[in-house]
Design a protein around this ligand. Sequence first.
Ligand code: BTN
Length: 269
Amino acid sequence: MDDNPYRAIECGEPGRIGWRVRYYDSLPSTQIKAADLVTTGEPTGTVVIADCQTAGRGRLGRSWHSPAGLNLYLSVILRTRLAPSMYPQISLVAGVAATEALESFAPGLVALKWPNDLWLGGKKTGGILAETAGTQSTADAAVLLGIGINVNLDRDQMTPDIVARATSVRIATGKPCDRIALAAALFERLNRRLGELEQSGFGSIRPLWERYSALTGKRVTVINGSERQTGVVKGIDSDGALLLDGEGGPERIIAGDVSLEGAYGQDGE
Ligand code: BTN
């Protein structure tokens, strides 16, 4: 018997995202497995999915809570033609794709928090971690697009550090959500939006990102290492940088952790 529950949604020609799903009951991290597969020649479009992760990774060295049987943890192997300077835009575009996929399961609740947090009803339900693998100067280079989405996680299954600021599709909508159907919608939107990025650049996708932005017009604080900037978000620019109307004038932010004033009464991630 096939023990890959995602087999039914593998689709399309080799190279399309989701044409092949490599499924594992448990992995330290789908990012680590995807990086191993890249070194052994795994083609573009393969998606590595784990039912649970024992060392799931988040942005900025954080961990990603990854219990079994509930959520989506996946890494897409992308051997892209895009220049490395456009890699930050890949994760923004993936954020748009994931938000569009979530929209059909949680209508009216979705939003994006720069750079790539997926929000439902004002709390974080998912995140995107784009990393590179292989040697960038050779044909084995790849971007690993790691996506984690809390699908059916309940409050009592959260760790204390995330309970105030995290949610799931199930919590936000009050209904269980089919992880496999959500993954299929995600593959479809990723193919469409990343195809547009490759063909026409970020310009056509930027307005979509802006439409979902939870931050535009809001006062935020951005922390990057020892630097701290406060201001009102004006939007993002054509490179995907966050534009702030700061206390000392316009600011262009390319990295950092953004806290929305008044969110959850604390760090706001
Ligand atoms: C974030 O910090 O917001 C990004 C979280 C990314 C988590 C996903 S889960 C699948 C993939 N494997 C990992 O170890 N991390 C990413």
